[in-house]
Write a protein that binds this ligand. Structure first.
Ligand code: 2M8
Length: 456
C-alpha cells in the first residue's frame, strides 16, 4: 500500500463477508450468557464502554442479546448514577485479572450495589447512544419489546448523565472531570502525560502486586511498569476515600477534563432526546444539556492558537498540548461550527495522522506520528483502535465528511483482513497487538461495514 490506505473502499466492503462471519464467531465465543467479555484471557469480566460498543455491533444480528448486554451492565449501576467501568464476574478465576474485586473493594461505598463487586470508577458514557443504535436495528417483530426495553433503561441512562453533570463537575464548568486515566477508556494516552507523569508514588506506599496483563500480552504492547504503578496508586487513593466523589476529587492528584469523554456525553444527551421522543418523555432537558456541553466544549477546550481541542488539567488550569485522538472527539457534536470542523479535518489529513509516503499506512493513529514519543505498538500511545475509528467515523459522517469517513472504514477492513480482530494495530505496518479475538473490534467492524453498505 503506497498511499494512506491504498484500498478501494467499495471493493473492501464488498469482499468483507468472510470477515463479518468471523466477527460473529468472535462475539459468540466471548458471550457468557449474560454479557460479552472484551476478550477471553486479558479481560474476563464485563467492561462498561465495551458492552455499549458490543451491543451496537451485535444488534445487526442478535437484537435480544444486544439489549441484554446493556441491561446486565446497568444492573450494577451505583445508586449515585455512576456506571462502573468493570462489573466483576464471580465465575472468573480469582487470578484472572488484576486489579480484581479484592483490590477495588467497591463495597466500601454505600452507593455500590450490594453483593455485586465492581470497580470504583466510571468510563465514557456512550450507553445512551448505543441504546438508540440498538433500538434502530430492532427487527420489525421486536419493535414493541425494544421500545419497552428503552423505556426501562431510560431512567438509568438519565441518572448516569446526571451523575456526570453534578458529582463530576464540582466547579460548575459544564464539563465532567475524570479522576483516573482509566475513566477515559484510552487509559495510557499521551493526552495527559504531563499531569499523570508528575504523580510520584511514595516509596513503600503500595503493597507488592503482580500484573496479570503481562502474562497474557507482550510487555511492549502494554503500559510501562511506572505508569501501571501510578494507575494502582490512584486506585488506592480513591479506595481510601471510599469512592466518595467529593473526597476523591479533593484528594486525587489527577483531575482531567477530556474532550472525547465530554463529546461522548454530549452525543449521548442528543440520543437521550431521541429516546425521550420515542417513549413519550420530554426531550427538551436533553437538548438543553447538550447545548450546555457544547458551549463549554467550544468555550473551554478549543485552543484557537493550536487549532485543536485540548484536555484540561483542572488542578493546574492548563490545556495539555499533546496532539492525540481525544482532539477529534468533538466531531460528535452536531453543532460544531464549520470552521472548527474544517480545522479538525485538516489535522486528521495532516502528516501527523495521515502521512503520505512509500510505506503502508492505516487510519487513525491515536497519537501524532511526528511526536518524539509516538509508539506504534503500545496501548493507546499510537496504535489504531477500532472504537476510536468508529467514533471519528460517526463524527465525520455527521458533518458530511464522507470521503475521510470512507477511508477510515477501508483502513479498518484492511487492518482486520491483515491481522484479524486484534485489540489494536500498528498504523505503519498493520500488525496486530494486545489481545486477539477482541469483542469491540468484531462488533464495531460489523457496524461500520454493514452501515456503510446500507448507508444507514
Ligand atoms: C483497557 O482498560 C483496562 C482497565 O480498565 C486494562 O487495561 O486493564 C482499556 O483499553 C479500556 O478502554 C477497555 O475498556 C478495557 C477492556 O477492553 O481495557
Amino acid at each position: 500500500m503506497s498511499d494512506p490506505i491504498g484500498d478501494d473502499s467499495a471493493e473492501a466492503l464488498s469482499t468483507a463477508d468472510d470477515l463479518l462471519d468471523t466477527a460473529r464467531d468472535v462475539l459468540e465465543a466471548n458471550w457468557t450468557g449474560r454479557y460479552t467479555r472484551p476478550s477471553q484471557a486479558l479481560y474476563p469480566h464485563q467492561w462498561s464502554w465495551d458492552s455499549a460498543f458490543i451491543a451496537v455491533g451485535r444488534a445487526w444480528h442478535d437484537a435480544a442479546r444486544a439489549r441484554q448486554e446493556l441491561e446486565t451492565l446497568f444492573e450494577a449501576q451505583w445508586t449515585s448514577g455512576m456506571v462502573p467501568s468493570i462489573v466483576f464476574d464471580p465465575t472468573a478465576p480469582a487470578d484472572a485479572y488484576f486489579p480484581g474485586p479484592e483490590i477495588w473493594q467497591s463495597e466500601r461505598s454505600p452507593a455500590a450495589p450490594r453483593g455485586r463487586p465492581t470497580s470504583g470508577i466510571t468510563q465514557p458514557p456512550i450507553h445512551a447512544r448505543a441504546a438508540l443504535e440498538v433500538h434502530r436495528r430492532a427487527p420489525p417483530g421486536q419493535r414493541a419489546a425494544s421500545l419497552a426495553w428503552l423505556a426501562r433503561l431510560y431512567p438509568r441512562l438519565v441518572a448516569q448523565q446526571r451523575y456526570l453533570a453534578t458529582a463530576r463537575d464540582p466547579r460548575g464548568t459544564g464539563l465532567a472531570a475524570i479522576v483516573h486515566p482509566w475513566e477515559s477508556g484510552i487509559d495510557d494516552s499521551p493526552a495527559w502525560d504531563r499531569d499523570f507523569h508528575r504523580i510520584a508514588v511514595p516509596a513503600g506506599d503500595l503493597p507488592p502486586y503482580r500484573r496479570r496483563d503481562l502474562d497474557r500480552a507482550a510487555a511492549a504492547d502494554r503500559p510501562t511498569d511506572a505508569d501501571y504503578e501510578r494507575f494502582i496508586y490512584l486506585l488506592a487513593l480513591e479506595r481510601e476515600a471510599d469512592y466518595d466523589d467529593a473526597r476523591v476529587i479533593a484528594a486525587s492528584p489527577f483531575l482531567m477534563v477530556d474532550p472525547l469523554f465530554n463529546a461522548i456525553r454530549l452525543w449521548s444527551e442528543h440520543a437521550l432526546a431521541e429516546i425521550a421522543g420515542l417513549i413519550g418523555a420530554d426531550p427538551a432537558p436533553h437538548r438543553a444539556a447538550a447545548g450546555e456541553i457544547h458551549e463549554a466544549l467550544v468555550g473551554k477546550l478549543w485552543v484557537s492558537a493550536r487549532q485543536r481541542f485540548c484536555a484540561w488539567d483542572l488542578r493546574r488550569d492548563q490545556r495539555e498540548p499533546e496532539d492525540t485522538i481525544v482532539s477529534f472527539g468533538p466531531l460528535l457534536d452536531p453543532d460544531l461550527p464549520p470552521a472548527i470542523v474544517a480545522a479538525i479535518c485538516r489535522e486528521l489529513a495532516s502528516p501527523s495522522f495521515r502521512p503520505r509516503g512509500d510505506g503502508p499506512h492505516y487510519l487513525v493513529p491515536t497519537y501524532d506520528e511526528r511526536a518524539a514519543d509516538f509508539d506504534p505498538e503500545r496501548y493507546w500511545r499510537g496504535p489504531v483502535w477500532l472504537n476510536t475509528n468508529w467514533l471519528v467515523w460517526h463524527g465525520l459522517r455527521q458533518h458530511g465528511q464522507v470521503g475521510l469517513a470512507d477511508e477510515i472504514v477501508a483502513s479498518s477492513v484492511a487492518l482486520v483482513r491483515r491481522s484479524g480482530f486484534r485489540e489494536y494495530f500498528d498504523p505503519l505496518d498493520g500488525s496486530g497487538h494486545g489481545s486477539d479475538r477482541f469483542s469491540w473490534s468484531a462488533a464495531l467492524f460489523t457496524d461500520m461495514v454493514l452501515a456503510n453498505r446500507s448507508r444507514a
